[in-house]
Design a binder for this molecule. Structure first.
Ligand code: PLP
Length: 422
C-alpha cells in the first residue's frame, strides 16, 4: 500500500464533479460521436479565434523561439509579458501598477490554488481560516482547491424571481458578515455557472468585508472584461489594497496552453511568486510571448469585442428560444437571467426533481448535463435554500447548435419522465 499524508488523502480523492468529468471523458471517448455533450467547460471552437491564435503562435515560433529555447525564466513571468500587462492595465484603467503587482502563472486555476495554500488552513497562531465563496453557486473548481478537507466553504444565495421563466441570485451579505474564520474571499464574475456579474455596489461591499477582515478578495474574470468577454461585466476591474484580480486566456481560446495572471498589491503578489518558484517554477514561456503580442497588438481586444462577445450573445439568445420552445409548459422551470455566457443555469422548482437523478437519466439518453449540487459545495449556512442546490443543472452552449437543440429536446423528454416516475 501507500501511506498518504492528510493533505494527500484529500487531494487524491476523486469525488463530486471530478468523478463526473471522468465519467464524461470515458463515455465520450468510447462511444464516439453519438453522445451529446452539454457538460463541457471548453470554449467554443470559433474559426476566427482558432485561426488567429494559430497564426500568432506560428509567428512567435518563427521569430522568438530562441528567446525561450533551453532557458528557464523568472517565476513572476517573462518581462516581455509582465511589462505588457502593466502597460495595458495602466492605460485602460489608470491603475499605476508596476511589475511588482503582477504574477503570471500556468493557468488561473494554479493561481487560485496558490492563493488558497497561502491564505486558507491552519495559521501559525493556531487559528484556522477558510476560503469563503461569498455567493454559491460558483465554479466547482474552487471547491477542490484546499489541501484541507474543511478549507473551502460558501454562502447560500438569496433567490429573486425576475419573470415567469427567469430568476437571479443575490448576495446574502448578512450571512457573509456573520461568517467566521475567513482567510480569503473568492468569486467568479461573470460567474460560472450563471453568467451573473457583480455590480459596482456589490464589489464595494465585498471589498469592505475583505478590508475589515484584513484578507484578500480574489475576483476571477475568466469570462469577463476586458477579455474574453464571453459574458457581460457590469463593472470594470478595480484596484484596491485588498483585491487580487485574476485573468486568463483560457476562455479566449487557449485553455490548454495554461496562461493566466494575477494583479494585486505587492504583499500578496510577492508571496504568490515565491510559491510559484517553490512549486511549478513558472508558466510556459512560448505562450507568454504569444500573450504579450496579443495584448500589445490589440488582437486580444479585437477578438473579445468583435468575435467572442457577439458569438456568445447570439448563442445565449438561441438557447433561450430553444428552452422556451421545447421545455414543457407544465413544468416550473426557470433560467438564471443573463447576457451571453458559456452556460445556461436551470432551476426546476419541483419536489420530484433531483439533479443526480436527471444526470443519470440523461446518460441513458446519451446526453451529458452537469448536476447543480457540485456548484454549492458544503454550505456554511444551511438555510431553507438547501433543497435548491439539488434542483438545478447546467448546460453548456459551446457545442454546435444542432447538438444543443437535440440535447434540449431530450432534456424535455427526461423532465417529463422524471415527473412521471416520481
Ligand atoms: N475560473 C472559472 C470561473 C472557470 O470556469 C475556469 C474553467 O472552467 C477557470 C477559472 C480555469 O481557468 P484556467 O484555465 O485559467 O486555469
Amino acid at each position: 500500500g501507500m501511506k498518504l499524508s492528510k493533505s494527500g488523502e484529500k487531494m487524491s480523492d476523486m469525488s463530486g464533479l471530478r468523478s463526473i468529468m471522468e465519467d464524461v471523458a470515458t463515455s465520450t471517448a468510447a462511444g464516439a460521436a453519438d453522445w451529446l455533450n452539454l457538460s463541457i467547460g471548453n470554449p467554443a471552437q470559433i474559426k476566427e479565434v482558432v485561426d488567429t491564435w494559430r497564426d500568432l503562435t506560428a509567428t512567435v515560433v518563427a521569430e522568438d523561439f530562441s528567446l525561450t529555447s533551453s532557458r528557464y525564466g523568472p517565476s513572476r513571468g517573462m518581462p516581455a509579458l509582465v511589462d505588457e500587462i502593466v502597460a495595458y492595465f495602466n492605460t485602460r484603467y489608470g491603475w499605476g501598477i508596476t511589475a511588482d503587482n503582477v504574477a503570471v502563472g500556468p493557468g488561473s486555476q494554479m493561481l487560485f490554488f496558490i492563493a488558497t495554500a497561502l491564505f486558507a488552513g491552519e495559521v501559525t497562531d493556531g487559528s484556522f481560516q477558510r476560503v469563503v465563496l461569498p455567493m454559491t453557486p460558483d465554479y466547482p473548481g474552487y471547491l477542490g482547491l484546499s489541501m484541507d478537507p474543511d478549507g473551502v466553504t460558501g454562502i447560500a444565495p438569496k433567490i429573486e424571481l425576475t419573470g415567469d421563466r427567469s430568476f437571479q441570485y443575490a448576495f446574502d451579505f448578512e450571512a457573509l458578515e456573520r461568517c467566521p474564520e475567513i482567510g480569503m474571499l473568492l468569486l467568479s464574475s461573470p460567474s460560472n455557472p450563471t453568467g451573473r456579474s457583480i455590480d459596482g455596489d456589490e464589489l464595494a461591499r465585498l471589498i469592505d468585508v475583505a478590508r475589515r477582515r484584513d484578507v484578500p478578495l480574489i475576483v476571477d474574470h475568466a469570462y469577463g472584461t476586458p477579455f474574453p468577454r464571453v459574458a457581460a461585466s457590469r463593472v470594470a476591474p478595480q484596484w484596491d489594497e485588498n483585491l487580487i484580480n485574476c485573468f486568463t486566456l483560457s476562455k479566449a481560446g487557449l485553455p490548454a496552453e495554461r496562461i493566466g495572471f494575477a494583479i494585486g498589491p505587492s504583499r500578496y503578489i510577492r508571496a504568490m511568486v515565491s510559491f510559484m518558484a517553490n512549486s511549478v517554477l513558472h508558466a510556459p514561456q512560448l505562450m507568454q510571448l504569444v500573450a504579450a503580442r496579443a495584448l500589445s497588438s490589440g488582437l486580444l481586444d479585437r477578438l473579445a469585442s468583435s468575435v467572442i462577445s457577439p458569438f456568445y450573445r447570439a448563442r445565449r439568445l438561441y438557447a433561450e428560444r430553444l428552452l422556451a420552445d421545447l421545455l414543457p409548459d407544465s413544468i416550473d422551470w426557470r433560467l438564471h437571467a443573463g447576457e451571453g455566457g458559456m452556460f445556461c443555469w436551470l432551476w426546476i422548482d419541483h419536489d420530484w426533481f433531483d439533479d443526480m437523478a436527471l444526470y443519470r437519466l440523461m446518460k441513458t439518453k446519451k446526453v451529458f448535463v452537469v448536476p447543480g449540487r457540485h456548484f454549492f459545495g458544503k454550505p456554511m449556512s444551511t438555510t431553507s435554500e438547501a433543497p435548491h442546490a439539488k434542483r438545478c443543472f447546467r448546460i453548456s452552449l459551446t457545442a454546435d447548435e444542432h447538438v444543443i437543440a437535440e440535447g434540449v429536446a431530450r432534456i424535455a423528454e427526461g423532465l417529463l419522465e422524471l415527473r412521471h416516475s416520481a
